[in-house]
Ligand binder design. Structure first.
Ligand SMILES: Cc1cc2nc3c(=O)[nH]c(=O)nc-3n(C[C@H](O)[C@H](O)[C@H](O)COP(=O)(O)O)c2cc1C
Length: 180
């Protein structure tokens, strides 16, 4: 089973993430947890979240980039669900060896992520906090899937990313024995 933790604060207004999610949600071994739909009041059910991940062989973090990071509810999910003794520390092996794929979209085009661009740094500068969160929990970090310029790219570019996303999940399922 591949669990997608989907964190879009305004799912009805999404262009890019909605299209990406639609391209994979019918895969029989994929389970989507749309965090903003599950927890509109931010009252995360930690036990339910931990249970949902127990049998997963892979975890996907999918969201629009917000302030160089994850939207607030996904950050709260990290704070609450990735608990000591469960995700890290003594006995904290619940996520060990699961593969983790980060799928994110940015408003800025790729050129915006450079010393001269509006975001002042390469996109790679914003990756380590997410990557190390994953690695600290002993998960296996996969090469991220990133769509830049989410508002401006044409539909074909989004469709291309969607095909890559589906192929990545199919490969993950194959690699982890999750495919039917
Ligand atoms: C509060 C907020 C913060 C954002 N921060 C960033 C950012 O740091 N870098 C960036 O490139 N885009 C940023 N954006 C733009 C979103 O990433 C963009 O709207 C989203 O990727 C589009 O995907 P969607 O069509 O699924 O909504 C931000 C948008 C909002 C509303």
């Amino acid at each position: 089973m591949i669990v997608i933790l989907y964190a879009h604060p305004y799912p009805d207004r999404s262009r890019a993430n909605r299209a990406l999610l639609r391209s994979v949600e019918d895969l029989p071994y994929v389970s989507v947890r749309s965090l903003y739909d599950l927890y509109p009041d931010f009252a995360i059910d930690v036990e339910a979240e931990q249970r949902a991940l127990a049998d997963a062989s892979a975890v996907v973090l999918q969201h629009p980039m917000y302030w160089y990071s994850v939207p607030g509810l996904l950050k709260l999910w990290f704070d609450k669900v990735l608990a000591r003794g469960w995700a890290y520390g003594d006995g904290g092996d619940a996520l060990a060896d699961k593969r983790c794929l980060w799928v994110t979209t940015t408003g800025a085009p790729e050129s915006g992520f450079s010393p001269e661009g509006m975001h002042g740094h390469s996109f790679h500068a914003f990756v380590p906090a997410i990557e190390q969160t994953v690695r600290f929990c002993k998960m296996r970090w996969e090469e991220p899937l990133v769509l830049h310029g989410a508002h401006r790219v044409d539909d074909e570019r989004i469709a291309e990313l969607a095909r890559s996303y589906r192929a990545r999940l199919e490969a993950l399922a194959g690699a982890t024995g999750g495919a039917p």
